[in-house]
Design a protein around this ligand. Structure first.
Ligand code: PXP
Length: 248
């Protein structure tokens, strides 16, 4: 049973690309955001190339892989042959297999490892053969955790979406925290490396980060939202300065 004092932070940069795609500009740059995230202490960069390419594009992954300063890339990918080929082409350090539906706003629910056992096992084997560390994004359910271990995945990422939906400090949030705690302990006893993520923000992250066996948290939306608030004043000041000095 492992208890780690160090916990890793994977920063998801998808929504930097969401802002760029909204206007079809070439800014803001996910590559630049990755560099800033690393300067801020991120241990890894997470990105999801969705089937509909609504935010991250293949070119972003290409640039990140070309950039030798970006040390650890975790590619979130659907269980499709297109994504398997892309993962093998770019060889990120890690891949997290996630369920994906076109109509969803974000990843809703974990992967059904029990239902797609054979296909997931094939993906785990192929990615592992290319030295890519595979993780499966699953709900905190023992049956799914056991299936993840049996299909040979070394890592799981537990979905914290339900925990995040509940108000901080509420009974429901506490109950879901307990479910996550016991799922983490169960997975750790099976020898799995346990990550977690989805919907975590500045007010709800600490009880999850306290769970001693958790190796890594992947967080995106709340960090991008916080960056907007922290940086907005400065961004306005810079534009203001430019238009004022243009007249002098
Ligand atoms: N982990 C996984 C597997 C995800 O799909 C996502 C969302 O892309 C995250 C973590 C990060 O979620 P959020 O953007 O809500 O922090």
């Amino acid at each position: 049973m492992s208890s780690k004092s160090k916990i890793r932070l994977g920063v998801n940069i998808d929504h930097i690309a969401t802002v760029r795609q909204a206007r079809g500009t070439d800014y803001p740059s996910p590559l630049m955001a990755a560099k800033l995230a690393e300067q801020g202490g991120a241990d890894g960069i997470t990105l999801h190339i969705r089937e509909d390419r609504r935010h991250i594009q293949e070119q972003d992954l290409h640039q990140l892989r070309q950039d030798s300063a970006t040390r650890y890339i975790n590619l979130e990918m659907a269980l499709t042959d297109e994504m398997l080929e892309m993962a093998i082409k770019y060889r990120p350090q890690a891949c997290c297999i996630v369920p994906e539906k076109r109509e969803e706003l974000t990843t809703e629910g974990g992967l059904d490892v029990v239902g797609y056992y054979n296909k997931i096992t094939r993906f785990v084997n192929e990615l592992s053969a290319h030295q890519i560390e595979v993780s499966l994004f699953i709900d905190p359910i023992e049956e799914q955790i056991k299936a993840a271990q049996e299909c040979g995945a070394p890592v799981i990422e537990l979905h914290t979406g339900e925990y995040s939906e509940y108000s901080v400090g509420s009974d429901l949030s506490h109950k879901e925290l307990e479910r996550l705690q016991s799922s983490v302990a169960y997975a750790d006893n099976l020898g799995l490396v346990v990550n977690a993520g989805h919907g975590l923000h500045y007010e709800n992250v600490q009880p999850i980060a306290k769970i001693p066996q958790i190796n890594e948290l992947n967080i995106g939306h709340s960090i991008v939202a916080e960056a907007l608030m922290i940086g907005f004043k400065e961004a306005v000041q810079r534009m203001h300065q430019l238009i004022i000095t243009a007249r002098t």
